[in-house]
Ligand binder design. Sequence first.
Ligand SMILES: [Zn+2]
Length: 83
Amino acid sequence: MRATSCARPACPGRAVAWLTYDYGSRQVWLDDRPGPGGDHWGLCQAHAERLRVPKGWSEQDRRAGGADAGAAAGWDPPAALVS
Ligand SMILES: [Zn+2]
């Protein structure tokens, strides 16, 4: 798999977790690897652990060693998520 950088602006980290989202159901998933299709965003370890979804959305961590959902603070959704 090709190495991919974290999607967060100015973050030099390498992506280790993959965020996928669905507008219709306002659901966000975190996975160990990119899905077969659709939009996904790579996140480095630090940003994946600090993930918090926008208000009204829910998060499901499907990673094998996943962190607890809803922990910590400070995630700004990608512009595509909120526009
Ligand atoms: Zn990062």
